[in-house]
Design a protein around this ligand. Structure first.
Ligand code: DGP
Length: 110
C-alpha cells in the first residue's frame, strides 16, 4: 500500500490517535500549525474531496465538531480546512480535513 494515510489507518505507521470509529480516524498532525491541529480522515481511500460523497463528508464534519468541543477550542473558534489539489496545497493524496484552533487565524490564508 503506497498511501501514507492508508498505512496510518492500517497501523503500519504510528500516529497520535484522538478518535476512531468504523468510518473515520482522527490523529494529531505531525507538523502542527496551531496549538490544536488534528487530521480527520475517512478509512476508505478517496484521493480528494472531489471523489467523496456527502455521507462521509458529513461524518468527518461531525467528528471535527465533537473534537473541537473536547479539545476546548469550540468556544473561541476554530477552522476546518480541506486542501484540494496542487494549488489548494494538498500534499497527501488521501482526503483529510484539518481541524485547527487555539490561536487567532488570519484571513485570507496564504
Ligand atoms: P495537506 O498539506 O493538506 O495535504 O496536509 C497533509 C498534512 O499531513 C500536513 O499538515 C502534515 C501531515 N502529515 C504528513 N505526514 C504525516 C505523518 O506521517 N503523520 C502525521 N500525523 N501527519 C502527517
Amino acid at each position: 500500500m503506497n498511501c501514507l494515510f492508508c498505512r496510518i489507518i492500517e497501523g503500519q505507521i504510528p500516529s497520535s490517535k484522538v478518535y476512531e470509529d468504523e468510518y473515520v480516524l482522527a490523529f494529531r498532525d505531525i507538523d502542527p500549525q496551531a496549538p490544536t491541529h488534528i487530521l480527520i480522515i475517512p478509512k476508505k481511500h478517496y484521493d480528494s474531496v472531489l471523489e467523496a460523497g456527502p455521507r462521509i463528508i458529513g461524518r468527518m464534519t461531525e467528528v471535527a465538531k465533537k473534537l473541537a468541543v473536547s479539545e476546548g477550542i469550540a468556544e473561541n473558534g476554530f477552522r476546518i480546512v480541506i486542501n484540494t489539489g496542487e494549488e489548494g496545497g494538498q500534499s497527501v493524496k488521501h482526503l483529510h480535513m484539518h481541524l485547527l484552533g487555539g490561536r487567532s487565524m488570519q484571513w485570507p490564508p496564504g
